[in-house]
Ligand binder design. Structure first.
Ligand SMILES: N[C@@H](CCC(=O)N[C@@H](CS)C(=O)NCC(=O)O)C(=O)O
Length: 229
């Protein structure tokens, strides 16, 4: 019984800066808490549409607050988040549909663990939310995947796979699954507790989530805080 790990699913899209924070935090805790983490790349545009929600950044005062909030959170969580010069173009004109298809393809191809999907996602976030670089072109995916440690062969295959019907459908299904869990935005975390899915929205609900799965919130850097004990 004590070894049975609770399954925690993280639904995210690299378009979402709060998802990056949530992603880094849960990655830091994945070996601190007794959990089995599952990455669930999905499409936030489809969530907004399916849930009848609107991106919070479209309300001007909210947008101003979020800019400030993200700056504070980036410092607090030590994540190198710097908004792009034109967030509207990046988020609403260019979007991340092909980027998330690429992530889905990488996950689909990965048979041994989830290191590649983790690293590729991180490198795509770094491009948008740290370096203000493109994430719509094949060359951009290629560069991110190379940094993530994929071989040229793997990258070529993933690029090809990412435009296939199979992968388009897979991303669509993940997005629908998220909606069925009650998603209206990202990041969304699903904790499976006693066979029941508990849904949490946001990178700011980890303390509550910890309580729900019988673990302790040790702050933004659990390794550092553990070594102080
Ligand atoms: N309070 C949350 C905010 C997360 C958030 O605003 N996520 C955006 C995407 S970056 C979203 O999907 N929002 C939907 C909504 O606020 O209704 C956090 O700290 O993580």
């Amino acid at each position: 019984k004590m070894t049975s790990k609770k399954v925690v699913e993280l639904f995210y899209d690299v378009v979402s800066p709060y998802s990056w924070l949530g992603f880094e935090i849960i990655c830091r805790y994945r070996n601190v808490w007794n959990i089995n983490l599952k990455f669930r790349p999905a499409f936030l545009g489809g969530i907004m549409q399916g849930a009848g929600n609107k991106p919070p950044g479209l309300v001007p005062n909210k947008f101003a607050y979020m800019t400030k909030d993200l700056h504070r959170l980036a410092n607090y969580f030590s994540v190198p988040l710097h908004p792009p010069a034109d967030p509207f173009e990046v988020m609403f004109q260019k979007g991340t549909l092909s980027a998330m298809r690429f992530v889905t393809a990488v996950q689909h191809m990965e048979t041994d663990g989830d290191k590649q999907v983790e690293q590729v996602s991180r490198e795509l976030w770094r491009r948008i939310w740290s370096e203000d670089k493109d994430v719509t072109k094949p060359e951009s995916f290629s560069e991110a995947a190379k940094k993530a440690g994929l071989s040229d062969d793997e990258i070529e295959k993933a690029l090809e796979l990412s435009t296939s019907q199979e992968i388009k459908d897979k991303l669509k299904r993940s997005t629908e699954e998220a909606l069925n869990y009650g998603a209206f935005g990202f990041p969304m975390l699903i904790c499976h507790v006693d066979g029941k899915p508990e849904m949490f929205f946001g990178s700011d609900r980890f303390e509550l989530m910890a309580n729900c799965i019988g673990e302790k919130w040790l702050g933004p850097n659990p390794d550092r805080s553990a070594s102080r004990l």
